[in-house]
Design a protein around this ligand. Structure first.
Ligand code: NAD
Length: 275
C-alpha cells in the first residue's frame, strides 16, 4: 500500500497530502463509496455541509473500525451560515452528522464578500478551535484581499486555503502569497473534474512515459508542487488508481511542461461574486 506523505501546517497539525473528495457523491451512495476509499488506504476525507453527505462519511468511518486519530476529516461551513452564532451552531450540526466527535479541519467554504460577514465567521472559527472542536481551521476560495483582511482584523491565520487549482487554472499569484505567509494550498478539482483536461496531449505523453494514466500524471504534478489534493471518484478502479501516485517522479522539464498549460480557466464559480 502507498505511504501517503503528510504536510505540517503552520500550527503543527499534520495533514495527509492525498485525500478523497466527496463533492457530488450522492448522499445515498456515500457510505459505500467512502468505505471503498478507506479500504484502498485513504485516511483523509474532504466533505462539506453543502454536499449533504456528512452522515454517509460518518457512517463509513464508524463501520471501518479505523481508530479516529488515524483519520483526517475536513468539513466546511456553507454560505447561508456566515456570522458568529450561526457558524458555531452549524459547526455543531456538522459534527453531529459526522459522528466523529471533532473535525480535523474546518473551513469557511466561500468568502461570499457580498455578505460581508466572513470576519465574524472567522472569529467563531477561532473559538471552535480553542474549544477543541476542530484541530485546525482554514478557509476556502479566499482571495488575497480576503486573506489580508483576516490578517488585519483577526488573531489566527488560516492554516490552509482550499482553492480551485489544476493545470488550466494554476493561481500563481495566490499560491505565492500562501507560500510567503505559511498557508498550505489545497487544490480542489485537482483533475479539472476529469474529461477534457485528461485528454490533453502533453499530459498524455508525460503519463505514457511513466507508464501512468493522465489522472495519475496530473496528481503527480500537484504533489510535486506541494499541493494537498483529494480527487473524487465513485468508481472503485479509479479510486484505487488515484491513490497509486507515489511510485514515480516527474522531471523538472515535465513539471514545467504541465505548468505551461495554464490558461486561467475556471470550472467553478468566481469567489469575487459567489454568494
Ligand atoms: P476532480 O478534479 O477530483 O474530478 C473528479 C471527476 O474526475 C470524477 O467525477 C470523474 O469524472 C473524473 N475522474 C476521477 N478520477 C479519474 C481517473 N482516475 N481517470 C479519469 N477520470 C477520473 O473534481 P472535484 O470532485 O470537483 O474536486 C475534488 C474534490 O475537491 C471534491 O470532491 C471536493 O471534496 C473538493 N471541492 C471543493 C470545492 C470548494 O469550493 N472548496 C469545490 C469543488 C470541489
Amino acid at each position: 500500500m502507498s505511504e501517503v506523505p503528510t504536510i505540517t501546517l503552520h500550527d503543527g497539525v499534520e495533514i495527509p497530502q492525498l485525500g478523497f473528495g466527496v463533492f457530488q457523491v450522492p448522499p445515498e451512495d456515500t457510505q459505500e463509496v467512502v468505505e471503498v476509499a478507506l479500504e484502498v488506504g485513504y485516511r483523509h476525507i474532504d466533505t462539506a455541509a453543502a454536499y449533504r453527505n456528512e452522515d454517509g462519511v460518518g457512517a463509513a468511518i464508524a463501520r471501518s473500525g479505523i481508530p479516529r486519530e488515524d483519520l483526517f476529516v475536513t468539513t466546511k461551513l456553507w454560505n447561508n451560515h456566515h456570522g458568529f452564532d450561526s457558524a458555531r451552531r452549524e459547526f455543531e450540526a456538522s459534527v453531529s452528522r459526522l459522528g466523529t466527535g471533532y473535525v480535523d479541519l474546518y473551513l469557511i467554504h466561500w468568502p461570499a464578500p457580498a455578505q460581508d460577514r466572513y470576519v465574524d465567521t472567522w472569529r467563531a472559527f477561532e473559538r471552535i478551535h480553542s474549544d477543541g472542536g476542530a484541530r485546525t481551521i482554514g478557509v476556502s476560495n479566499f482571495r488575497i484581499e480576503d486573506l489580508e483582511r483576516l490578517e488585519a482584523e483577526t488573531e489566527a491565520r488560516p492554516t490552509v486555503n482550499q482553492i480551485e487549482l489544476h493545470p488550466w487554472l494554476q493561481q500563481a499569484e495566490l499560491r505565492a502569497w500562501h507560500d510567503r505567509h505559511g498557508v498550505a494550498t489545497e487544490a480542489w478539482s485537482p483533475l479539472g473534474q476529469g474529461g477534457e483536461l485528461l485528454q490533453d496531449e502533453t499530459i498524455g505523453a508525460i503519463a505514457d512515459r511513466h507508464g501512468k494514466t493522465p489522472a495519475q500524471a496530473v496528481l503527480g504534478w500537484h504533489l510535486e508542487l506541494g499541493n494537498i489534493v483529494f480527487p473524487k471518484s465513485v468508481t472503485p478502479e479509479r479510486i484505487r488508481e488515484n491513490f497509486d501516485v507515489f511510485g514515480f517522479e516527474l522531471s523538472s522539464e515535465e513539471i514545467d511542461e504541465i505548468s505551461g498549460l495554464d490558461r486561467g480557466r475556471r470550472l467553478g464559480p468566481d469567489p469575487a461574486t459567489f454568494s
